[in-house]
Design a protein around this ligand. Structure first.
Ligand SMILES: Cc1cc2nc3c(=O)[nH]c(=O)nc-3n(C[C@H](O)[C@H](O)[C@H](O)COP(=O)(O)OP(=O)(O)OC[C@H]3O[C@@H](n4cnc5c(N)ncnc54)[C@H](O)[C@@H]3O)c2cc1C
Length: 172
Protein backbone atom coordinates (compact mmCIF):
# COMPACT_ATOMS: atom_id res chain seq x y z
CA UNK A 1 0.00 0.00 0.00
CA UNK A 2 1.22 3.49 -0.84
CA UNK A 3 -1.07 5.17 1.70
CA UNK A 4 0.73 4.41 4.96
CA UNK A 5 -0.61 7.34 6.99
CA UNK A 6 -4.28 7.65 6.17
CA UNK A 7 -4.97 10.09 9.06
CA UNK A 8 -2.59 12.69 7.60
CA UNK A 9 -4.05 12.13 4.17
CA UNK A 10 -7.58 12.50 5.53
CA UNK A 11 -6.66 15.78 7.26
CA UNK A 12 -5.22 17.15 4.00
CA UNK A 13 -8.31 16.12 2.09
CA UNK A 14 -10.52 17.78 4.71
CA UNK A 15 -8.56 21.01 4.21
CA UNK A 16 -9.09 20.84 0.45
CA UNK A 17 -12.77 19.94 0.67
CA UNK A 18 -13.56 22.30 3.56
CA UNK A 19 -10.94 25.08 3.72
CA UNK A 20 -10.81 27.19 6.90
CA UNK A 21 -13.59 29.79 7.20
CA UNK A 22 -12.74 33.17 5.75
CA UNK A 23 -10.05 31.90 3.36
CA UNK A 24 -11.78 33.69 0.48
CA UNK A 25 -11.45 37.13 2.08
CA UNK A 26 -7.68 36.67 2.22
CA UNK A 27 -7.44 35.93 -1.49
CA UNK A 28 -7.23 38.47 -4.28
CA UNK A 29 -7.50 37.33 -7.87
CA UNK A 30 -6.31 39.29 -10.89
CA UNK A 31 -7.94 38.33 -14.17
CA UNK A 32 -6.49 39.41 -17.49
CA UNK A 33 -9.01 39.80 -20.32
CA UNK A 34 -12.68 40.73 -20.31
CA UNK A 35 -13.99 38.18 -22.81
CA UNK A 36 -16.57 35.55 -21.90
CA UNK A 37 -13.89 33.50 -20.10
CA UNK A 38 -12.51 36.33 -17.97
CA UNK A 39 -15.93 37.71 -17.03
CA UNK A 40 -17.24 34.24 -16.12
CA UNK A 41 -14.14 33.66 -13.95
CA UNK A 42 -14.67 37.01 -12.19
CA UNK A 43 -18.29 36.12 -11.43
CA UNK A 44 -17.42 32.64 -10.19
CA UNK A 45 -14.81 34.08 -7.81
CA UNK A 46 -17.18 36.80 -6.59
CA UNK A 47 -19.79 34.16 -5.81
CA UNK A 48 -17.43 32.33 -3.45
CA UNK A 49 -16.33 35.59 -1.82
CA UNK A 50 -12.95 36.05 -3.49
CA UNK A 51 -12.08 39.64 -4.41
CA UNK A 52 -11.56 39.65 -8.18
CA UNK A 53 -10.14 42.49 -10.29
CA UNK A 54 -10.38 42.11 -14.05
CA UNK A 55 -8.17 44.11 -16.44
CA UNK A 56 -9.11 44.49 -20.09
CA UNK A 57 -6.73 46.18 -22.52
CA UNK A 58 -9.48 47.52 -24.78
CA UNK A 59 -10.63 51.00 -23.81
CA UNK A 60 -14.19 49.71 -23.52
CA UNK A 61 -15.75 46.29 -23.22
CA UNK A 62 -17.68 46.50 -26.46
CA UNK A 63 -20.40 44.08 -27.30
CA UNK A 64 -19.19 42.38 -30.44
CA UNK A 65 -19.57 38.94 -31.96
CA UNK A 66 -22.14 36.75 -33.53
CA UNK A 67 -24.41 33.93 -32.43
CA UNK A 68 -23.07 31.41 -29.92
CA UNK A 69 -24.49 27.98 -29.28
CA UNK A 70 -24.27 27.12 -25.60
CA UNK A 71 -24.48 23.38 -25.04
CA UNK A 72 -25.87 21.86 -21.85
CA UNK A 73 -22.48 21.97 -20.13
CA UNK A 74 -22.31 25.75 -20.66
CA UNK A 75 -25.87 26.12 -19.32
CA UNK A 76 -24.93 24.12 -16.21
CA UNK A 77 -21.95 26.47 -15.73
CA UNK A 78 -24.29 29.47 -16.09
CA UNK A 79 -26.65 27.84 -13.56
CA UNK A 80 -23.80 27.87 -11.05
CA UNK A 81 -23.29 31.56 -11.78
CA UNK A 82 -27.01 32.23 -11.23
CA UNK A 83 -27.52 33.20 -14.88
CA UNK A 84 -29.15 30.15 -16.49
CA UNK A 85 -32.67 31.59 -16.43
CA UNK A 86 -31.62 35.00 -17.76
CA UNK A 87 -29.55 33.41 -20.55
CA UNK A 88 -32.42 31.05 -21.40
CA UNK A 89 -34.85 33.98 -21.68
CA UNK A 90 -32.43 35.92 -23.89
CA UNK A 91 -31.79 33.00 -26.25
CA UNK A 92 -33.62 30.25 -28.10
CA UNK A 93 -33.60 26.58 -27.15
CA UNK A 94 -31.97 24.30 -29.74
CA UNK A 95 -34.12 21.21 -30.29
CA UNK A 96 -32.21 19.61 -33.13
CA UNK A 97 -29.46 20.42 -35.62
CA UNK A 98 -29.20 18.92 -39.09
CA UNK A 99 -26.18 19.16 -41.41
CA UNK A 100 -26.19 18.85 -45.19
CA UNK A 101 -23.53 18.63 -47.88
CA UNK A 102 -23.46 21.36 -50.53
CA UNK A 103 -25.22 18.85 -52.78
CA UNK A 104 -28.15 18.79 -50.36
CA UNK A 105 -27.38 15.28 -49.19
CA UNK A 106 -28.04 14.91 -45.42
CA UNK A 107 -24.84 14.52 -43.38
CA UNK A 108 -26.11 14.01 -39.86
CA UNK A 109 -28.22 15.38 -37.04
CA UNK A 110 -27.98 15.94 -33.29
CA UNK A 111 -31.02 15.57 -31.03
CA UNK A 112 -30.35 18.37 -28.53
CA UNK A 113 -33.76 17.98 -26.88
CA UNK A 114 -32.91 14.38 -25.86
CA UNK A 115 -29.42 15.42 -24.77
CA UNK A 116 -30.86 18.21 -22.64
CA UNK A 117 -33.31 15.86 -20.98
CA UNK A 118 -30.56 13.36 -20.25
CA UNK A 119 -28.21 15.83 -18.57
CA UNK A 120 -30.82 18.18 -17.07
CA UNK A 121 -30.08 21.35 -19.03
CA UNK A 122 -31.06 22.56 -22.51
CA UNK A 123 -28.74 23.87 -25.20
CA UNK A 124 -29.46 27.38 -26.42
CA UNK A 125 -28.43 29.84 -29.09
CA UNK A 126 -27.83 33.48 -28.18
CA UNK A 127 -25.82 36.45 -29.33
CA UNK A 128 -22.32 36.70 -27.85
CA UNK A 129 -22.96 40.37 -27.03
CA UNK A 130 -26.01 39.39 -24.95
CA UNK A 131 -24.04 36.86 -22.92
CA UNK A 132 -21.16 39.30 -22.45
CA UNK A 133 -23.51 42.06 -21.28
CA UNK A 134 -25.19 39.66 -18.84
CA UNK A 135 -21.84 38.62 -17.34
CA UNK A 136 -20.48 42.18 -17.26
CA UNK A 137 -23.59 43.70 -15.64
CA UNK A 138 -23.70 40.97 -12.99
CA UNK A 139 -20.01 41.42 -12.11
CA UNK A 140 -20.41 45.22 -11.94
CA UNK A 141 -23.57 44.95 -9.84
CA UNK A 142 -21.63 42.91 -7.33
CA UNK A 143 -18.62 45.22 -7.35
CA UNK A 144 -18.52 48.34 -9.57
CA UNK A 145 -14.70 48.39 -9.43
CA UNK A 146 -14.28 44.74 -10.43
CA UNK A 147 -13.87 45.38 -14.18
CA UNK A 148 -11.27 47.87 -15.36
CA UNK A 149 -11.13 48.56 -19.11
CA UNK A 150 -8.17 50.37 -20.68
CA UNK A 151 -5.67 48.42 -18.52
CA UNK A 152 -3.17 46.16 -20.27
CA UNK A 153 -1.19 43.42 -18.55
CA UNK A 154 2.42 43.62 -19.70
CA UNK A 155 3.83 40.72 -17.69
CA UNK A 156 3.96 39.27 -14.22
CA UNK A 157 6.55 38.52 -11.58
CA UNK A 158 6.69 35.70 -9.07
CA UNK A 159 7.76 36.25 -5.47
CA UNK A 160 8.47 33.09 -3.51
CA UNK A 161 10.18 34.85 -0.58
CA UNK A 162 7.13 35.06 1.69
CA UNK A 163 5.20 32.26 3.40
CA UNK A 164 3.41 31.52 0.13
CA UNK A 165 4.45 32.08 -3.44
CA UNK A 166 2.66 35.09 -4.90
CA UNK A 167 2.42 36.39 -8.43
CA UNK A 168 1.99 40.03 -9.28
CA UNK A 169 0.67 41.16 -12.62
CA UNK A 170 2.18 44.27 -14.20
CA UNK A 171 -0.68 46.35 -15.48
CA UNK A 172 -0.45 49.75 -17.16
C1 LIG B 1 -16.48 32.19 -35.50
C2 LIG B 1 -16.52 31.67 -34.09
C3 LIG B 1 -17.64 31.00 -33.63
C4 LIG B 1 -17.69 30.49 -32.34
N1 LIG B 1 -18.82 29.87 -31.90
C5 LIG B 1 -18.89 29.40 -30.65
C6 LIG B 1 -20.08 28.77 -30.15
O1 LIG B 1 -21.07 28.64 -30.88
N2 LIG B 1 -20.10 28.34 -28.86
C7 LIG B 1 -19.03 28.49 -28.04
O2 LIG B 1 -19.09 28.09 -26.88
N3 LIG B 1 -17.87 29.07 -28.48
C8 LIG B 1 -17.79 29.52 -29.76
N4 LIG B 1 -16.64 30.12 -30.19
C9 LIG B 1 -15.53 30.22 -29.29
C10 LIG B 1 -15.76 31.33 -28.28
O3 LIG B 1 -16.21 32.52 -28.92
C11 LIG B 1 -14.42 31.61 -27.60
O4 LIG B 1 -13.88 30.40 -27.12
C12 LIG B 1 -14.58 32.53 -26.42
O5 LIG B 1 -15.25 33.72 -26.79
C13 LIG B 1 -13.21 32.85 -25.87
O6 LIG B 1 -13.39 33.71 -24.76
P1 LIG B 1 -12.16 34.22 -23.94
O7 LIG B 1 -12.69 35.11 -22.87
O8 LIG B 1 -11.31 33.07 -23.53
O9 LIG B 1 -11.25 35.02 -24.98
P2 LIG B 1 -11.55 36.39 -25.76
O10 LIG B 1 -12.99 36.59 -26.07
O11 LIG B 1 -10.57 36.39 -26.89
O12 LIG B 1 -11.15 37.50 -24.71
C14 LIG B 1 -9.82 37.78 -24.37
C15 LIG B 1 -9.79 39.23 -23.89
O13 LIG B 1 -8.50 39.47 -23.31
C16 LIG B 1 -8.08 40.76 -23.66
N5 LIG B 1 -6.63 40.78 -23.52
C17 LIG B 1 -5.74 40.07 -24.24
N6 LIG B 1 -4.49 40.33 -23.81
C18 LIG B 1 -4.59 41.21 -22.78
C19 LIG B 1 -3.63 41.87 -21.93
N7 LIG B 1 -2.32 41.65 -22.05
N8 LIG B 1 -4.07 42.71 -20.95
C20 LIG B 1 -5.42 42.94 -20.82
N9 LIG B 1 -6.36 42.37 -21.62
C21 LIG B 1 -5.95 41.51 -22.58
C22 LIG B 1 -8.58 40.93 -25.09
O14 LIG B 1 -8.68 42.29 -25.45
C23 LIG B 1 -9.95 40.23 -25.03
O15 LIG B 1 -10.99 41.13 -24.70
C24 LIG B 1 -16.57 30.64 -31.47
C25 LIG B 1 -15.43 31.34 -31.92
C26 LIG B 1 -15.40 31.84 -33.21
C27 LIG B 1 -14.16 32.58 -33.69
Amino acid sequence: MFLRNTTVLQKRLELIVAPPRGWQAAMRALIIGGGIGGLAAALALQRVGVHAALFEKAAQITEVGAGLSLWSNAMIALRRLGLETAAGKAGSVIEQTRSFLSTGEPLGSVDFAALGEKVGAPSICLHRATLQRLLLDTALNHDPASVQPGRECTGFEADASGPAATKRAKVR
